[in-house]
Design a protein around this ligand. Sequence first.
Ligand SMILES: Nc1ncnc2c1ncn2[C@@H]1O[C@H](COP(=O)(O)OP(=O)(O)OP(=O)(O)O)[C@@H](O)[C@H]1O
Ligand SMILES: Nc1nc2c(c(=O)[nH]1)N[C@H]1C(S)=C(S)[C@@H](COP(=O)(O)O)O[C@H]1N2
Length: 182
Amino acid sequence: MTTSVKPPVAPIGVVTVSDRASRGEYEDKGGPGIVAALTDMLASPWRAVSRVVPDERPAIEAALKELADDEGCTLILTTGGTGPAPRDVTPEATEAVCDRLMPGFGELMRTACLREVPTAILSRQIAGTRGRSLIINLPGKPSAIRTCLDAVFPAVPYCIDLIGGDRLETNPEVCKAFRPKA
Ligand SMILES: Nc1ncnc2c1ncn2[C@@H]1O[C@H](COP(=O)(O)OP(=O)(O)OP(=O)(O)O)[C@@H](O)[C@H]1O
Ligand SMILES: Nc1nc2c(c(=O)[nH]1)N[C@H]1C(S)=C(S)[C@@H](COP(=O)(O)O)O[C@H]1N2
């Protein structure tokens, strides 16, 4: 009898931060947009663990902690709540739950979005690590999701290797992950 060892299925957190989507006032396009992008980019097995929360720090922080600590998500992507409006608090919530920040992610995502809209500089999106989880903020505009992920995703699998998370493999035709020591 031959036994095949299946690679582990990596849980990935998908958090929509939106007052109206959380109240059901409009259809959430952000979470499904992230799932579609990951489906295209990732070649290794993964599953989405999705949450929709209002623009409230306690709710966002609780979702991020639950996904990192209880669900074991090696990667958590948020969408929404990164702008300058009073209720935009996703970066603050992210910073509060992270052990360390990764400034290069926000810098690169804003630069990529700036090619599309001059208002890209209004996003305060950040990224950071909490234990073995990498948390990345994306703007709320569903069209920004792919722009941001295309820009930073080549560095995501190696970052997750370095923090001891699940090994992610990308589909090289869509996204070439760069692992300097591979
Ligand atoms: N999850 C989403 N699904 C669909 N469209 C969204 C979503 N999040 C944002 N948008 C769209 O992008 C625009 C800007 O996003 P932003 O996060 O600033 O929303 P907002 O105006 O603060 O409202 P809300 O928090 O209720 O989504 C929204 O007005 C909406 O048109
Ligand atoms: N690619 C892209 N990036 C973008 C935008 C966009 O439409 N496309 N909107 C900008 C605007 S208008 C704002 S206010 C900020 C923050 O959006 P958020 O509060 O929905 O996260 O993202 C910016 N980044």
